[in-house]
Design a protein around this ligand. Structure first.
Ligand SMILES: Nc1ncnc2c1ncn2[C@@H]1O[C@H](COP(=O)(O)OP(=O)(O)OP(=O)(O)O)[C@@H](O)[C@H]1O
Length: 714
């Protein structure tokens, strides 16, 4: 059907082109009735036998003139001497006959002179010329149309056939699947698998929304069995609770394996990261850390924490960490346990468990009905919130994610084109600074061991570029669950800065350079030295202030507003720039800035605690990096809690509980009016020490005795 349509289309195109060419010919013939040339002046060129009129051709047949004619026949020298004559002929043929884009006339070669020129003497038989031209034009048109058809077909096939290929491939390689499931479409694919949506055949009688939906992950047959086994083990033993994806059953046929998991409707991070408000970021990060804390309890490193492996539904607030394909188990000494080190008994036990689970699977899976109801409920809440926002007249405190427009968008609309262009250029300069990689750096030898006599131990590099922590990039053989915590920090950085992916990292050397560009060379060198590594650097880089860096990207309109710029402009109209971060001095984003900077007080929707948590997740030294469990106790997740002197801790605790209950009653659901910060909110990053209650009490007691009032949580 598709091919027939394409052929019809192609024929129509050919006809149109022919008509166009005929019109062109008539147009060419009409004004020059006297233009004649003997057929001897027509010379066949190339294989296609296309005709080219020699310039200055006369009726003379003298040898010299004939030579000259032959010379002139070559339309233009081949600019590429390596090009084969065949290619050249084709090139000539093609360019020779296409209509001129400007004049609309045929772009035939007349030896540099127009047919009206002096050189245009007696012409050929125009009827013959026109017939030949028509033939040639139709051939070329057909050839071009065929090419176009082939390209269109390829594009079409690529999009639809990928879907169908995945379906066909699954049904062919695991026929049992088609006996249990109706497989509908491909919902995702990665390096190692295709994920398809399936519903149970036995639930066909149920309505569309009542049928349970499953994600069927079909592993590529080239996938190493160890990898599949490792993923299966993790999902089975770890998954199903605390935001980690579980597994319903596994179907294997020869060397093909498919995992059946509950399907979760989710939003692409790419579509939502710019519009996540404080509460949403808090929930997202909390859910991610809950999942990591759970995974890490089993001494397992997920190793592939990234937005595409997080299934998050912003309407329902549901959250699942998936894809345990790179997960690694570590033993008590911190060494990685290979999947093939699992005892046969353990593997057999796992398989037995899976068999039992397979029989139970029909009880599990998530119900599409639930999702529809949740969706409708949330939609209602969203509408209520929107109405409230409109009633408030928008402005400060509005959750822009509700109305799909950021304050930045609104203000940019009001800016002059010139200012927007300047802002874009400035932002691009900053991005270039973050992505800078010294061209002299050797991507294969950018790090070396401090002690070259020591035998080098293999260091795992598993993970996704841009989410690998310094210890992986520095080839440190001892890696812990801190690897995942770094990746969580990178996700938080992308969210708070509205820049995704934050680290582009085309290779490990570039990835480390990007980290150095943000955290400074000294910090990275120190971390490397602690791991017995030397980083080969030729350039110094100052550390940036994470908060100002994020604000610079997210609140670019304020950072680059013409009004502020005018205030800081020098007499000659220029603005002084910081030598380290290359930003205007008043916008300096260096961690230890000596410039007088604009603070943009009260604009940031994220509190200081958010940046404090992020900096602890992005601690370069894995030994000092906060754990998922500790991170969950960070004040960012409990921001309202401030210890007040003069009131007993028990009373404070009770007050807090009461406040929480009141808030829960007031909260309409996942969509709330965005929290605003009082302009006097703490702007400095206070050191956060994860303490037990006893510790806090001790501190309060000491402070109470000394008579000072602690204003922030210890
Ligand atoms: N349970 C699920 N429900 C809905 N979609 C899913 C589910 N599991 C996976 N997906 C989709 O399939 C995509 C690929 O899945 P997954 O990451 O497990 O495959 P992969 O081959 O290991 O990918 P990668 O190469 O990125 O690691 C996910 O990004 C997600 O969009």
């Amino acid at each position: 059907m598709f091919t027939k349509l394409m052929i019809d289309q192609m024929d129509r195109k050919v006809q149109q082109q022919q008509q166009h060419q005929q019109r062109q010919l008539q147009h060419t013939k009409a004004p020059f009735p006297a233009w004649k040339e003997t057929p001897s002046a027509m010379v066949a060129t190339g294989k296609s036998g296309s005709l080219t009129k020699a310039s200055g051709a006369t009726t003379s047949t003298s040898g010299a003139k004939s030579k000259q004619r032959k010379k002139c026949v070559r339309p233009c020298p081949n600019p590429n001497p390596n090009q084969s004559p065949k290619e050249e002929g084709k090139r000539i043929g093609e360019s020779d006959d296409l209509p001129d884009a400007n004049t609309g006339r045929m772009n035939r070669y007349y030896g540099g002179k127009s047919p009206t020129g002096a050189g245009a003497g007696a012409g050929p038989d125009l009827t013959l010329v026109s017939h030949n031209l028509e033939d040639k034009v139709s051939k070329i048109a057909r050839r071009n149309a065929l090419k176009e058809l082939a390209a269109m077909q390829t594009r079409h096939e690529q999009s639809t056939d990928k879907n169908e290929d995945a379906l066909r491939e699954l049904q062919k390689s695991i026929p049992e699947i088609s006996k249990i499931f109706d497989v509908h479409c491909r919902i995702g694919s990665g390096t190692f698998s295709s994920v398809l949506l399936g519903t149970l055949q036995r639930e066909r009688c149920l309505g569309e929304t009542s049928r349970r939906r499953f994600a069927i992950k079909h592993h590529n047959p080239t996938n190493h069995p160890e990898r599949i086994l490792r993923e299966l083990e993790c999902m089975f033993r770890i998954g199903g609770v605390d935001n980690c994806i579980g597994i319903n059953c596994v179907v294997r046929y020869n060397d093909n394996v498919a995992f059946v998991m509950p399907y979760m409707n989710h939003d692409r991070f790419h579509d939502i990261y710019r519009s996540m408000g404080l509460q949403e970021v808090r929930n997202y990060m909390r859910n991610l850390l809950i999942a990591l804390r759970h995974v890490h309890k089993f001494s397992v490193i997920h190793r592939d924490v990234k937005p595409s492996n997080i299934l998050y539904n912003r309407r329902t607030g549901k959250f699942l960490l998936c894809d345990f394909g790179l997960a690694q188990k570590i033993d008590a000494d911190g060494n990685i346990v290979q999947a093939n080190e699992l005892s046969n008994a353990a593997t057999l036990a796992l398989m037995r468990d899976m068999e039992a689970a397979r029989n139970l699977m029909m009880q599990d899976g998530n119900s599409a009905q639930d999702e529809v109801q949740e969706y409708l409920a949330c939609k209602h809440e969203q509408e209520v919130s929107l109405r409230r926002v409109r009633a408030l007249g928008g402005g400060v405190g509005v959750d822009y994610s509700l109305i799909n427009q950021s304050p930045f968008d609104a203000q940019v609309a009001a800016l002059a084109k010139k200012d927007v262009a300047a802002q874009r250029a400035d932002t691009q300069r900053l991005i270039n600074r973050l992505r800078f990689v010294n061209p002299n750096a050797d991507p294969n030898h950018y790090v070396s061991p401090t002690n070259t006599n020591k035998k080098e131990v293999h260091a795992s590099r598993a993970g996704t570029p841009g989410y690998r922590p310094p210890e992986v990039l520095l080839r440190c053989p001892v890696q812990t669950t801190a690897v995942d915590v770094w990746a969580a920090g990178v996700i938080m950085l992308a969210t708070l800065s509205s820049l995704h992916p934050f680290f582009r990292a085309p290779n490990d050397c570039a990835a480390l350079s990007e980290i150095i560009n943000v955290f400074g060379d000294i910090e990275v060198r120190k971390t490397a030295f602690m791991m017995d590594r030397l980083v080969l650097l030729t350039q110094k880089m100052t550390a940036l202030d994470l908060r100002r860096l994020c604000m610079r990207f997210r609140l670019a309109d304020h950072f680059l507003s013409p009004a502020v710029q005018r205030r800081h402009r020098r007499a000659d109209g220029t603005v002084e720039a910081c030598k380290s971060c290359e930003q205007a001095t008043y916008n300096c984003i260096c961690r230890h800035s000596s410039h007088k900077i604009e603070t943009y007080e009260g604009l940031d929707i994220y509190p200081a605690h958010a940046y404090d948590l992020m900096s602890r997740l992005l601690e370069l030294n894995p030994q000092k990096r906060i754990s998922a469990d500790e991170a969950l106790k960070h004040p960012f997740f409990n921001d309202q809690h401030r210890i007040v002197s003069g009131i007993s801790l028990q009373q404070q605790h009770q007050q807090r509980l009461l406040q929480q209950q009141q808030q829960q009653q007031q909260q309409p659901g996942p969509f709330r009016v965005r929290e605003t910060l009082p302009s006097a909110a703490a702007r400095t990053l206070k050191p956060y020490i994860c303490q037990t209650l006893g510790g806090i009490q001790a501190k309060v007691e000491v402070l109470a005795k000394s008579g000072t009032a602690p204003d922030a949580p210890a």
